[in-house]
Design a protein around this ligand. Structure first.
Ligand code: SF4
Length: 458
């Protein structure tokens, strides 16, 4: 009963967020930066911000996340952080020898107006950036948007500051996967490779934040998109951006600057969105869909057929990031579940419009809110109870309070392990989502079944 004060009466709130459904911009920027091989993310602000962002990522991925900080104190807060950042760049290249430093700002450095572009140029002119090394930077004020915005800004900075415009094509397709698990990046690359499409994934945290235990610590694990690949992104045959919020800004910017045609699709979560992804790969690269993928698709359909009787008419409350929620809600509606309450913490009216289109044939009222919070989701659940909650770790308090089964999806997940090793994207990921949902529903049915109908076979 931790949330026992949550009432049923819903009041209009503009200036107050209760139990946020998002986290701050630099976390997304830091996560994206870790997807460059040999990159050390750098937080231009106070130590507290950097410590929080590192610990959030470390707890979610269960890997030691390294990042540096400009360590603002009172002096830097008043006079600006240029001296701190110049010193930091010098120290980092001397001591930790990364290929790239990816600087993101914080609320404080944005508020005092530090011009990181100018500071990075000064570092170059002062000889603090060794030959062949690079400093990139993104503005990530946390009072705007969410961790998704921060991710999008850092990926855009990668294309803007690395990709070189050229008339020659490298025959490769750039894929911007969005703020997804490393396992999803592996899965998306696997599907593209199965279709014979050569790709450059920007960023690519697979192998970095879900790597093996080798007994040896490596500050820069194998994996990640290389600087060479980032430079050649400007010679790509096209860019596939998976997600309007996390991925599209970078792809559109590359299109404008380097004339690499971009296409924006939903994340391949569920059957229809994965079909669109596979079709997008087929059209852009001019390839055929192999039998192996048709087989996987058929397996997903078979599972839907086998499980449909348990999904039919079950109401779901969902919170997460917009790029994930759009295809997930579409998937749930397609298997005759009822997505009743949908909240994302990231603002954006387009999200609400899209969800309304997807759910127009869903029976009953569908509540949807972009820029909402988990308090609102809880209130909706109190007024219109559901059979299942899909949320990040913070949903567990609501699930316990309402005695509703819950499955964990999205970011952050602090209280379960394994999510960074198993994809929820593409056909195989769809099977995993369905398995998780069915397990949660049937566990609850078993728990509540009277002894005479506690069945061995269902
Ligand atoms: S919200 Fe702003 S001040 Fe707080 S941790 Fe994030 S960047 Fe730092």
């Amino acid at each position: 009963m931790l949330l026992r004060h949550t009432g049923k009466e819903i009041m209009e709130r503009k200036a107050l967020t209760i139990n946020p459904a998002k986290t701050c911009q630099p976390i997304g920027a830091m996560y994206a930066a870790l997807g460059i091989h040999g990159c050390l993310p750098h937080s231009h602000g106070s130590q507290g911000c950097c410590a929080y962002h590192r610990s959030a990522l470390t707890r979610h991925y269960r890997e030691p996340v390294m990042a540096a900080t400009s360590s603002f104190t009172e002096g830097a807060s008043v006079f600006g952080g240029q001296a701190n950042l110049l010193q930091a760049i010098n120290n980092i290249f001397t001591t930790y020898e990364p290929e790239v430093i990816a600087v993101h700002t914080t609320c404080l450095s944005e508020t005092i107006g530090d011009d990181v572009n100018q500071i990075a140029r000064k570092a170059l002119l002062d000889g603090k950036i060794p030959e062949g090394k690079t400093v990139i930077h993104a503005a990530t004020p946390s009072y705007v948007g969410s961790h998704v915005t921060g991710f999008a800004n850092m990926v855009k900075a990668m294309f803007d500051q690395f990709a070189v415009k050229t008339d020659e094509k490298n025959g490769k397709l750039n894929i911007v996967p969005g703020f997804v698990e490393p396992s999803d990046m592996t899965e998306i690359k696997r599907v593209a490779a199965a279709m014979g499409v050569e790709t450059i994934m920007v960023p690519d945290t697979s192998g970095i934040l879900n790597g093996p235990q080798t007994g040896k610590y490596r500050m820069y694990p194998e994996g990640g998109v290389t600087v060479e690949e980032l430079r050649s992104a400007g010679a790509g045959i096209g860019t596939l951006a998976l997600g309007e919020l996390a991925s599209a800004p970078a792809a559109r910017s590359l299109d404008n600057r380097c004339k690499v045609p971009c296409r924006v699709l939903d994340l391949p979560i569920g059957l229809a969105a994965t079909d669109r992804f596979v079709d997008g790969l087929r059209k852009i690269a001019g390839v055929n869909v192999p039998d192996s993928l048709t087989f996987e698709r058929g397996q997903l359909i078979d599972i839907v057929t086998d499980m449909h009787q348990y999904f039919y008419g079950k109401k779901v409350a969902i919170s997460g990031d917009p790029d994930q929620l759009i295809p997930l809600v579409e998937f749930l509606a397609s298997i005759d579940m009822i997505p009743s309450h949908i909240v994302t913490g990231t603002p954006g009216k387009k999200f609400e419009k899209r969800i309304k289109e997807i759910t127009k044939d869903v029976p009953g009222t569908v509540n949807v809110k972009a820029g909402g919070d988990l308090f609102m989701l809880h209130q909706w659940m109190k007024n219109e109870p559901v059979d299942l909650l899909i949320c990040n770790t913070y949903g567990k308090y609501i699930a316990r309070d309402e005695d509703v089964p819950m499955i964990r999806m999205g970011f952050p997940i602090f209280d379960r392990v394994g999510h960074s090793y198993h994809p929820t994207t593409c056909y195989k990921g769809g099977i995993r989502i369905l398995e998780k949902i069915l397990d949660a529903l049937l566990e609850r049915a078993d728990r509540d079944a009277p002894e005479e109908s506690f069945e061995l076979v269902i």
